[in-house]
Ligand binder design. Structure first.
Ligand code: ADP
Length: 462
């Protein structure tokens, strides 16, 4: 990680260096040539006004100056004889006598004399000392030449390269470390969050900086995972509280029955009766525990559901078959109304369990001679399953409570039941991303509607 960030940093720095080096080099070269052109113009003016003698003085002045401040001068007569030239030793290395042998003139009109010993050296940045000479022919045939060594500007560029190289090493290290430090921030956040969770603070979350890169994505996923774990823990804690609370009453009843039998000093038949009561109570507790566990699983999202496309008509038929005899015994008329091709995306056994609970209630709370209708239709990509009875119905103030755990209305006390059926129905339906509704009128009957997502179009199913 550190190395890759450092490499990115190094490449970026190199590009910046190459661009600024090229700009600086072009700028200095342009400046040099402008100053040579200017000096040439001055030389022409001097020669035309004062003749060769006034030029001689100028040359003498420049010969005494350091190379970075001086110019090279040369005056040639029409027969190509050198009349006057700079004598400074600074220019000897360029072998200015070569100017007499018709030297190569570049496209831009400049003559370039390269320092003899630099000629064959390999130069990355072209820092070869050169004497750049500009010429002007006068009307009388005299040729005036002014030159300047590139030594000074090459020295400047070399210093620039040196400063860059020296500053790059610490910059490379610091930049790389800085980028790594920033890049690893989400991981440090995750570590801190893990430590905080380990210390018992389940509310801790990784800070998200919304940069939308991979590490940010990881932080968001990590937080989503923590959220899910926390919800599961909370759901488990609540279920445990609820189960403990809901079991208190039947277990107390069990204890009271056993205690009363022990204290009564009665005959063996009475003991037998008490034991039978205890057995009934134990069965109730076991069935209650099973249902409570199912409700908790469905509510916490940990219920295992095998989703499939199920034919709704088959579901309704299976459920009504299950209760056929009970309904018959009670003198109830069960009818079924459903299209053949209607399907839901659901877990077959769990939905059957929910429907069985609703049909069981409808049979329980409908008096002899009544009717129960099982009906299903499709509406807005949902399948609506309706279970309607002509039973005792419910009061409007009872309706909001029927989904609560262990709720039983006063008029239902005479019937068997523990008040968990509808809680389980709702938990199962909601675990299928569906919903359930109830409506009722006292003395006239009740209607329960289950809404489930539609399944694939039906072919033939068993
Ligand atoms: P249980 O039937 O075991 O009492 P449920 O959770 O299935 O428990 O139902 C809760 C309460 O809702 C019932 O006690 C009853 O008062 C009312 N209820 C449910 N279904 C019907 C129905 N079809 N007709 C009238 N009342 C009903």
């Amino acid at each position: 990680m550190w190395l890759s960030y450092s490499v990115v940093f190094l490449i970026t720095s190199l590009i910046i260096f190459l661009l600024s080096h090229s700009w600086l080099s072009t700028f200095l070269a342009k400046k040099d040539r402008q100053s040579v052109d200017l000096e040439l113009k001055e030389l022409v003016a001097l020669y035309e006004s004062g003749g060769i003698n006034s030029v001689r003085k100028e040359i003498a002045v420049h010969d005494s100056l350091p190379v970075q401040e001086s110019y090279y001068f040369r005056i040639v007569d029409p027969e190509n004889e050198t009349l006057l030239a700079s004598h400074s030793t600074s220019y000897e290395k360029f072998q200015p006598e070569n100017l007499e042998d018709s030297p190569a003139v570049s496209k831009d009109g400049w003559i370039r004399l390269v320092e003899e010993e630099d000629k064959n050296e390999f130069q990355i940045f072209g820092n070869v000392d050169t004497l750049e000479v500009a010429s002007q022919k006068l009307t009388d045939g005299t040729l005036l030449q002014v030159g300047r060594s590139t030594e000074y500007r090459e020295d400047l560029l070399e210093s620039f390269r040196l400063i860059f190289a020296i500053s790059m090493i610490p910059l490379f290290l610091i930049g790389g470390l800085l980028l790594t430090f920033r890049g690893l921030r989400p991981l440090r956040g995750m570590l801190a969050t893990m430590k905080s969770i380990q210390a018992g603070n389940m509310e801790s979350r990784v800070p998200v900086n919304h940069s939308n890169d991979e590490l940010d994505e990881l932080a968001k996923l990590f937080n989503a995972m923590l959220e899910k774990i926390q919800n599961l823990i909370n759901a488990m804690r609540n279920s445990l509280d609820n189960v403990a609370h809901d079991l208190r009453t039947p277990v107390t009843r069990l204890r009271v029955t056993a205690e009363a039998a022990l204290q009564s000093k009665s005959d063996p038949d009475a003991y037998r009766e008490a034991l039978s009561d205890c057995l009934d109570e134990t069965d109730k507790i076991l069935s209650m525990l099973d249902t409570l566990m199912d409700i908790s699983e469905a509510e916490s999202g940990s219920m295992k559901l095998n989703f499939d496309s199920i034919q709704v008509k088959k579901l309704l038929e299976d459920t009504s078959d299950l209760y056929e005899h009970v309904a018959e015994d009670k003198g109830l008329h069960v009818t079924l109304d459903c299209r053949d091709d209607l399907t839901v995306k659901a877990d077959r056994n769990r939905v059957r369990q929910a429907l069985a609970n609703l049909l069981d209630n409808a049979i329980k709370y409908t008096n002899s001679g009544g009717t129960i209708l099982l009906e299903a239709h499709e509406s807005d990509h949902e399948v609506v399953i309706v279970i309607r009875d002509t039973g005792i119905g419910m009061l409007p103030n009872e309706l909001p409570h029927i989904w609560d755990r262990l709720y039983r209305s006063d008029q239902s006390r005479s019937q068997r039941g523990i008040g968990l059926g509808l809680s389980l129905v709702r938990a199962i339906v909601e675990a299928h991303n569906g919903r359930v509704e109830a409506s009722s009128e006292i003395g006239k009957g009740s209607s329960f509607r289950i809404y489930l997502p539609s399944g694939e179009p039906a072919t033939s199913q068993s």
